[in-house]
Design a protein around this ligand. Structure first.
Ligand SMILES: Nc1ncnc2c1ncn2[C@@H]1O[C@H](COP(=O)(O)OP(=O)(O)OP(=O)(O)O)[C@@H](O)[C@H]1O
Length: 252
């Protein structure tokens, strides 16, 4: 889909202001496929964009163009082949998450970058409430307060109270995704990455998530997301970044 078409689908005025909290500069990524004799599959190159507080930039472009790969590189799940990913780091100089230092990545995740993946990776035997509260435990928030905030978020997302103390492994797809969303939204991180957060939700819960995103933006959080859900995208996006322009697979 072209940038122009996407632009018509972004419903918010751009309120972005201030210094960027995330700057992606000339990032490059290819995959080596060992099952196919170690061939190299280029995905994206020259990926460059910046994200300011209060902005919701949506990664657009056709399936397979590299949207999720970019989100995973910004979260440090995928290593980059080149370029920099500069993340605002307290009052000091921005930190380069692309440097590949695992301690830096862990610290930035604890302090600066939240991520809602498409699917919840549930840890066996950990109740939903603690899965959600865990990012607050990691930041040293009192356990009772962390659980109270986790419960309030799960209630807002209409998760039945009877499920709070059960591990999410047996939850439905939509229930798991709501636990995942609550976990991603519970901190006050300055950057939030969203990979199709509403994909498995019903209309009422999609609406709650859109409201939660609007709340984050109003508080100056910078959001980078993938939304195949056109209604939610139209409601929250301030800008579209067309990943087709960064594709390393040139048309034949
Ligand atoms: N871990 C991996 N190993 C090998 N190839 C991968 C890996 N992850 C992604 N790819 C390939 O990189 C390309 C981009 O994938 P990616 O998931 O980033 O696309 P996308 O734009 O998010 O697609 P969709 O909209 O379908 O989710 C695809 O061709 C995919 O097969």
């Amino acid at each position: 889909m072209t940038d122009t078409v996407f632009s018509a689908m972004t419903g918010r005025d751009a309120p972005a202001s201030g210094e960027p909290v995330l700057s992606v500069e000339n990032v490059k990524k290819s995959f080596t496929v060992h099952l196919r004799g170690g061939i190299t599959l280029p995905v994206v190159e020259n990926v460059s964009f910046a994200l300011s507080p209060g902005e919701c930039a949506v990664l657009g472009g056709p399936s397979g163009v590299g949207k999720s790969s970019i989100l995973r590189m910004v979260y440090g799940n995928y290593a980059v082949d080149g370029g920099r990913i500069l993340v605002a780091d307290g009052d000091g100089a921005p930190a380069d998450l692309a440097s590949g230092d695992p301690r830096l990545v862990m610290r930035l995740r604890r302090e600066s970058i939240g991520y809602v993946s498409q699917f919840l990776r549930a840890v066996p035997r950990v109740p939903a409430l603690d899965v959600v509260a865990e990012p607050l435990f990691a930041r040293g928030v009192d356990a009772a307060e962390a659980r109270e905030r986790a419960g309030a978020l799960l209630a807002r997302l209409n998760l039945p109270k009877a499920l709070f103390d059960l591990p999410p492994a047996t939850f439905s797809g939509g229930e798991k995704q709501r636990v995942n969303i609550a976990r991603g939204f519970i901190t006050d991180h300055r950057i939030l990455l969203l990979d199709e957060p509403t994909a498995s939700l019903d209309a009422a819960n999609r609406d709650v998530v859109a409201e939660m995103i609007e709340g984050k933006l109003a508080r100056g959080v910078a959001i980078l997301g993938i939304f195949h859900d056109t209604e939610v995208r139209a409601r929250v996006a301030t800008r579209v970044i067309d990943v087709t322009g960064f594709s390393a697979r040139k048309a034949a």
